[in-house]
Design a protein around this ligand. Structure first.
Ligand code: DGT
Ligand code: CA
Ligand code: CA
Ligand code: ZN
Length: 583
């Protein structure tokens, strides 16, 4: 994201929070949040857009457009400063503690003079918070725990960690005779790159089973701390070694399962749209059912998601698209993309072996790919500049090519093994091997590894230069980000994708959950510009191949179909495409 956009997005986000805290209009809060999101996801600089282009963006009204133009001109937003003056900045930190929120933060501030998280801690100790109207010991204890947790852990967890943890709970619950259905919902089901907490829904075989289900849940191996246990919901926190995450379990009746799954899958913004639509059609929609507005006892749908969508005149929307990015319009027109599936992937085009920093041999690597039913695998070890990764010098690469071709011959008929390289894109955009050497390879993945805090203009020029190299097939992890600790490059993604589309090269979605690079919004931009995607695990050993799932989820969030992804091509077509990228 261009850095100026990030700054403006943060201003809008701030304005939403400040308005909420000051008890302002709820629609204003939503409008600011939406503007923050739209600006944050733009792949071009806000300064390049005209007033009519701005208001043409879904989610940018005239008010937001005025503020954007003001920001482009002056570097600030006057209304933001006016709002910010009314609230000490620490009050926002208090508001963002889980379990506090805008109402309580405003109350603490006005009644107790709490202007920072430290102030709040002190007032918790003195008992003044507990003495406030509406605050019992239980609520206070909850805030205390959330404070301690927020201090000890990062707030969001990578999807790979969250997914594994969720599956441990899901499989234990699935094995219980008291359980009829289990499904995970929330951001995990939508396939987001990071997860705040895990949401699980269960349908019991009968009401009598509910207590044993809760017993099993709160007693699970991974659980460190019970947050709450009620009649229909329990929340726990797992230990540090088990991801340190909050997990919410809700028990719902079978007749409400579809409505509940829909509600708790979210996103919140998507749910708002769905409820608006239901109201327009004379219904109400909540986590229990779709019902007649005039007579709430009259249920129209709720057992499955499909029937709720259908009654609302919509095709079923895959969870990955439920982000209020125009999916309801597509669902209404029955024009949703047929999203790529994990099973559509038949080729892995970015892997490492013991020749550089992998843990397996060429043959072990290729056999593992064959076992997954893949028709093609590319061996792409690091180039010489990656000294810490034991990158191959030109001499070593020559020998490596011979070794790869040997394995290719041996496995002929089983799987096609390509001799490739993950060649470093150097700071100035030149590649780490000369063209003559690249020409000897079957496939070239070019990736940035160093100088990842380069300024955006230079990063764009650097990557454009790599795309223009006649031997490059795929641009690997184009930004080089690492979740959550390294932001990576912020190139002009739209410009890169245009150039890649023109040259016929693919942009990678690196599927490793530390990377997910391209990210969902970038991949969406790539598709808009007609650029092909390549989803690769960058496997260094056997377990890494399982990361593919997260790359596919990211592609689905971008709206990708199997036609958009080179790894989904049949064998001959893939070979033809790779050839077409070379002189
Ligand atoms: P996360 O956990 O931060 O990664 O994101 P989610 O989307 O899993 O959010 P979470 O766990 O707070 O809530 C799960 C879903 O429940 C959310 O996606 C939509 C629904 N939901 C929760 N609170 C609200 C709400 O206040 N309004 C609406 N419309 N939906 C809500
Ligand atoms: Ca969640
Ligand atoms: Ca939750
Ligand atoms: Zn790499």
């Amino acid at each position: 994201m261009p850095t100026r956009n990030a700054e403006l997005a943060a201003i809008f986000e701030d304005m939403a929070q400040l308005t909420e805290l000051l008890g302002g209009n709820r629609f204003k809060v939503i409008a600011f949040q939406k503007a923050a999101r739209v600006v944050g996801e733009l792949t071009t600089d806000v300064g390049d857009l005209s007033r009519s282009e701005l208001t043409g963006l879904d989610g940018i009204g005239t008010g937001a457009a005025d503020r954007i133009l003001e920001f482009v001109e002056s570097g600030q937003v006057g209304d933001h400063a006016r709002l910010a003056k009314q609230v000490p900045s620490g009050v926002l930190d208090v508001m963002n503690i889980p379990g506090v929120g805008p109402k309580s933060a405003a109350l603490f501030w006005k009644e107790l003079g709490v202007e920072s998280v430290d102030d709040l801690k002190a007032k918790l100790e003195t008992g003044e918070v507990a003495a406030l109207k509406g605050f019992g010991e239980k609520k206070v204890e909850n805030i205390r725990k959330n404070l301690a947790f927020a201090e000890s852990a990062g707030q969001r967890t990578r999807i790979g960690t969250a997914y594994e943890l969720a599956m441990r709970f899901v499989s234990e619950l699935k094995g219980m005779k008291q359980v009829k259905r289990v499904e995970y919902a929330g951001s995990l089901r939508r396939g987001k790159e990071t997860i705040g907490d895990i949401d699980i829904l269960v349908v019991p075989e009968s009401d009598k089973g509910t207590e044993s289900i809760f017993d099993a849940f709160v007693g699970h191996d991974a659980v460190d701390d019970l947050i709450l246990r009620g009649d229909t919901k329990a929340s726990v926190r797992t230990g540090k070694a088990d991801g340190g995450m909050q997990v919410d379990l809700r028990v719902v009746p079978e007749a409400s399962f579809g409505a509940a799954l829909m509600y708790f899958t979210g996103s919140k913004e998507h749910n708002v749209r769905m409820r608006e639509r239901a109201l327009e059609m004379g219904y109400t929609l909540n986590e229990y059912a779709l019902a007649e507005k005039e007579d709430k006892a009259c249920r129209v749908a709720g057992t499955t998601e499909e029937e709720v969508f259908e009654k609302l005149g919509l095709a079923w929307v895959p969870p990955e698209l439920r982000e209020d990015r125009g999916e309801l319009k597509l669902a209404e027109e029955d024009a949703l993309p047929a999203l790529l599936k994990l099973d559509d992937i038949w080729a892995e085009l970015h892997t490492h072996t013991t020749a550089s920093d992998g843990t397996w041999s060429i043959e072990e690597n290729a056999l593992a790919a064959a076992e997954r039913g893949f028709h093609t695998v590319a061996i792409t070890d690091h180039s010489k500049g990656q000294v810490q990764a034991n990158g191959l010098t030109a001499d070593r690469l020559e020998k490596h090519i011979v070794a790869v071709r040997g394995v290719a011959k041996k496995l002929k008929g089983k799987i096609t093994v390509l001799a490739g390289s993950e060649v470093d894109i150097l700071t100035d955009g030149s590649l780490d091997y000369p063209d003559e050497l690249l020409a000897e390879l079957d496939i070239v993945v070019a990736s940035p590894h160093a100088s990842l805090s380069q300024e955006p203009k230079r990063a764009t020029a650097r990557l454009l230069k790599a795309i223009e190299n006649p031997y490059v097939t795929i641009v690997g992890h184009p930004t080089g980000r690492l979740i959550p600790r390294r932001e990576g490059l912020s190139p002009d993604i739209a410009a890169l994708c245009k150039a890649a589309a023109e040259r016929g090269v693919a942009m990678e979605i690196n599927a490793n959950h530390f990377r997910l690079d391209l990210r969902d919004t970038h991949a969406r931009a790539a598709l808009e510009h007609g650029c092909k995607l390549s989803i690769n695990t960058d496997a260094h050993g056997p377990a890494d191949l399982d990361q593919l799932r997260f790359g596919v989820l990211t592609a689905r969030r971008a709206g990708a179909t199997k036609q958009d992804v080179v790894n989904a091509m049949p064998k001959a077509k893939l070979a033809e495409w790779i050839k077409s990228t070379r002189p």
